[in-house]
Write a protein that binds this ligand. Structure first.
Ligand code: FES
Ligand code: FES
Length: 865
């Protein structure tokens, strides 16, 4: 069979005629820019152009494309392509980047068909392309920009991307140096920053590049950032996350900027001081007389040198004493608008290597069939039909299920589907979601095992004397992370007995633990590489029973003869669980006759999350109180005259894990809904009601005032529209106003969101806005439609995007992000807009319809479009 791919004819074996074009492109032709997201036609990550039409390659048998021109992201070119890519780059569209080859090709097809599409046309056209990072508002704008470029006849420079750098293990000498584990200046003037924070789409690499360039006085274009790992040493992990105590490398809790703010500013300042010392030594002049600007050192005598020329000499010198980072008044880059992401070009061009793209000589691909119910184990396996599938080479039972090994993903997947397995359900979770919810509610109501997490004053007399009272229960379902790149890992045992692992992990040290346990070798013999992650949102925080463990078990069973890529099917990723825990809350709250809050009693019943994470579980789950379950409830932004928080531990067989914004994703829904209900009961305006509770929290109060101002809170709306508000002091200080409308069929449309954030110094303002936008869309998706369902007998029903809807382009509201000017140290950004997304929306629905949504997702009660 002859395919025409990117303008060239290529011969492909006839045996691939029925295989999805996606896998022929990826595994047979090694064109890995085209991505796998769902395999069922629901995400369009696999978009290619066939005779110019945007087409889902996972739904196209390769044989059907014979005789047509196939264009992948690698081969796309021309003025429309350049205009789209330029607009994407300049608009800071990209986050994790995994969906973007598909998004850009779809936009190219749109603009080839219609040179000036309006927003509604563009939204309809792009509606098939999912983006879990929520880049839709930027895509909308980039399409407009590209159309403008084409209309004006401008010819942008084609984008180019640098080759990805490989990280090498640190030598003892490098480990001992104060600068080298973090920053290396190369002879060609390139500055490589080794990021202790993993880039998963949140922009951590760009923040780090900005900080390093600022303190080095380097040209920011010379900075390359790579994910660091393997920093463990007898003295601790040099990449240990400062915000987490520094003993282990973790990316999470929105602490990336916080995590490197102190360390990398100092280290870059030290690197600069050492370069200056080297110049002073070489030129025989005082160091104080040397100026540094944009990667060049100069002296009034006429001496001049680039960083690269002095790098080797500088490395031999000690770091001068007393080096301090700059004062904020001296910043030239930090806090400035206009920064473009450093990781964008490769993600647009399809050259960025995600774990799914890692390829090693002689590698085999494995997929794992997991049990259809949590906790079930195989009782009998008939692998005859699976092994008879062409390209399937082995079937291997492992701890997590049954691995099928093949030459390609397509072969392994066919083998998986041919497996016949009986499952032993002795230890399985057999309850449906409804039954699990009923159990949560029973424990909540009975108060059995309720543990007090915080108590200020006595709520009971205050409740008894309240003029206005609410006593309500809120219910939140299991949620999946569903990043666009399903969870994958690659491993290879070297001849030197070192096991190398590639995984887009949030915790490289967790990955080492997982790999060493599965391999039965010491951790010191495991080396971790961290490719870019196609999203994560907490999913890649695991340390066992993860794809790394699965890959290593397979490789070990194959006696280490082959490198193994463990590639998750989307369905299997859902079946691995690690959901945001189901949670129920009862809130009893009262106010006096003037409408001032007098009592707030919140009780939570949920399965603890902290226990899923090694090291931290002992400190975060103490005396029956789980920090990750109570976060946001135990530390409300408001001053409440009497306050009591209780928590009830629920045990289920469903694996749970941190999920973007962790406990705040449910605790703040309960709190902000209840505060609204109390305001309504007292006849008070919801903004004014909150204002009265924020007197001791001026930063959140200011966010609230600005949100009211920018959203036009006091401006009357037409009859079919309403607004809802919510506040938060989760990681930073924020307030959100959501405006909705109701259509003639009673369906809710989210029209506009105003989000005001005080996150201290804004290192890169536009990247903060992108994170807020993405967090809002993530939170709104969950609020409107999100639910992972267990059906009859505990069957895992939700297995792909057909049953787990993600917000699409046509539902995306206008989003206005307002950043408050601040000189406070930077605080979290990546998760801050998730918790208020649901309550601001349901508060608006209550204001418009009188219907109070106390059970999520909202779609169960009112349709959201
Ligand atoms: S539509 Fe093809 S991978 Fe999702
Ligand atoms: S940028 Fe679209 S899924 Fe991450």
């Amino acid at each position: 069979m002859k395919l025409n791919v990117n303008g060239a004819d290529v011969e492909v074996g006839d045996e691939y005629a029925a295989s999805p074009l996606l896998w022929v492109l990826r595994d047979v032709l090694s064109l890995r820019g085209t991505k796998y997201g769902c395999g069922i036609g629901y995400c369009a990550a696999c978009t290619v152009l066939i005779d110019g039409r945007n087409t889902k390659s996972c739904q196209t048998p390769a044989g059907r494309a014979v005789g047509q021109a196939i264009t992948t992201v690698e081969g796309a070119s021309g003025p429309v392509v350049d205009a789209v890519r330029d607009a994407w780059y300049r608009g800071n569209v990209v986050q994790c980047g995994y969906c973007q080859p598909g998004q850009t090709l779809a936009a190219v097809a749109l603009l080839e068909a219609d040179r000036s599409p309006d927003d509604a046309t563009a939204a309809r056209w792009m509606n098939g392309n999912l983006c879990r990072c929520g880049t839709y508002p930027r895509i909308r704008e980039a399409i407009n920009q590209a159309a403008e470029t084409l209309a004006e006849g401008r010819v942008p420079e084609p984008l180019d991307s640098a080759t990805e750098l490989e990280t090498q293990p640190l030598t003892a000498e490098e480990l001992a140096d104060p600068v080298h584990p973090y920053i290396r200046v190369h002879p060609d003037g390139t500055v490589v920053a080794y990021s202790n924070q993993i880039e998963m789409g949140q922009g951590a690499h760009t923040g780090l590049a900005t900080i390093v360039a600022e303190e080095l006085d380097a040209n920011i274009a010379s900075i390359r950032v790579v994910n660091a790992a393997n920093g463990a040493s007898p003295k601790g992990d040099v990449y240990g996350t400062p915000a987490g105590g520094g003993f282990i490398q973790l990316t999470g809790a929105s602490t990336s900027t916080q995590g490197y703010w102190e360390r990398y500013r100092l280290v870059a300042a030290q690197a600069r001081a050492r370069l200056v010392a080297a110049a002073a030594e070489a030129w025989h002049v005082p160091a104080e007389e040397i100026a540094v600007d944009s990667g060049t050192l100069t002296h009034a005598s006429g001496e001049r040198a680039g960083f690269g020329e002095l790098a080797a000499r500088a490395e031999r010198l000690p770091v001068p004493d007393g080096v301090r980072p700059k004062e904020p008044g001296a910043y030239k880059l930090i806090g400035r608008e206009g920064r473009l992401r450093v990781d964008t070009p490769g993600k647009i061009l399809g050259t960025t290597r995600f774990t799914i793209d890692v390829t090693l000589p002689g590698m085999v691909t494995a997929v794992v069939l997991h049990s259809p119910k949590f906790g079930a184990t195989p009782s009998s396996i008939d692998d005859g039909a699976a092994l008879a599938e062409p390209g399937v080479t082995a079937v291997i039972p492992i701890e997590e299920g049954i691995a099928v090994v093949g030459d390609t993903f397509d072969a392994a997947q066919r083998g998986l589907r041919a497996l016949r397995v009986d499952w032993d359900e002795t230890n399985a979770e057999l309850r449906t979601s409804e039954e699990l919810l009923a159990e949560h509610l029973r424990l909540l109501e009975s108060g059995e095992q309720a543990v007090t997490a915080r108590k200020d004053g006595d709520v009971e007399p205050a409740l008894a004397n309240a003029a206005h009272l609410v006593d309500v229960v809120y219910e939140l379902p299991y949620l999946a992370h569903a990043p666009m790149e399903p969870n994958n890992a690659v491993c290879r045992m070297g001849e030197d007995g070192v096991l190398e692992v590639w995984a887009g992990t949030e915790g490289p040290e967790y990955t080492r633990m997982s790999a060493s346990a599965a391999a039965g070798i010491d951790k010191d013999r495991v080396r971790v590489h961290v490719p870019y992650a196609g999203g994560s949102f907490g999913l890649h925080s695991t340390s066992g029973h993860d794809p790394t463990s699965e890959a290593v078990q397979v490789a070990r069973a194959l006696e280490w003869k082959y490198p193994v890529k463990l590639q998750s099917l989307r369905e299997e990723e859902f079946k691995s669980g690690r959901y945001r825990a189901m949670a129920v809350h009862r809130v009893r709250a009262g106010s006096d006759k003037e409408g001032r809050v007098t009592a707030f009693h919140q009780r939570i019943a949920a399965q603890p999350t902290s226990v899923a994470l090694p090291f931290v579980s002992d400190v975060l789950f103490v005396d029956g109180v789980d920090f990750m379950t109570t976060s946001g409830a135990v530390d409300p932004p408001y001053t409440l005259p009497t306050f009591k928080l209780e928590t009830v531990t629920v045990q289920t067989g469903v694996p749970v894990m941190v999920w973007r914004s962790v406990g705040n994703s449910h605790t703040e829904f309960a709190r902000e809904s209840a505060i609204d209900e109390l305001a309504t009961a007292a006849g008070r305006d919801p903004v004014d009601f909150r204002r009265g509770l924020l007197a001791d929290n001026p930063r959140t109060l200011r966010a609230l005032e600005l949100a009211a101002e920018h959203s036009g809170w006091v401006t009357p709306l037409p009859e079919n529209r309403a607004r809802g508000v919510a506040c938060s002091s989760f990681l930073s200080h924020s307030a959100q106003v959501t405006e909705i409308s109701l259509d003639s069929r009673g369906r809710v449309r989210i029209e506009r969101v105003t989000f005001v954030l005080d996150c201290g110094i804004t290192v890169n303002p536009d990247l903060i806005r992108t994170q807020v936008e993405g967090g809002l869309i993530y939170g709104l998706s969950a609020a409107a439609w999100g639910e992972s369902v267990l059906g009859d007998g505990g069957q895992i029903v939700t297995q792909n995007f057909d049953r787990y809807p993600i917000m699409r382009m046509q539902s995306v509201p206008r989003i206005d992000v307002v950043l408050i000017d601040s000189q406070e140290p930077p605080t979290g950004v990546g998760e801050v807009s998730v918790p208020t997304a649901a309550p601001a929306l349901t508060n608006a629905i209550a204001a418009l319809t009188g219907t109070r949504i106390r059970r999520l997702p909202i779609n169960k009660t009112i349709r959201v479009i």
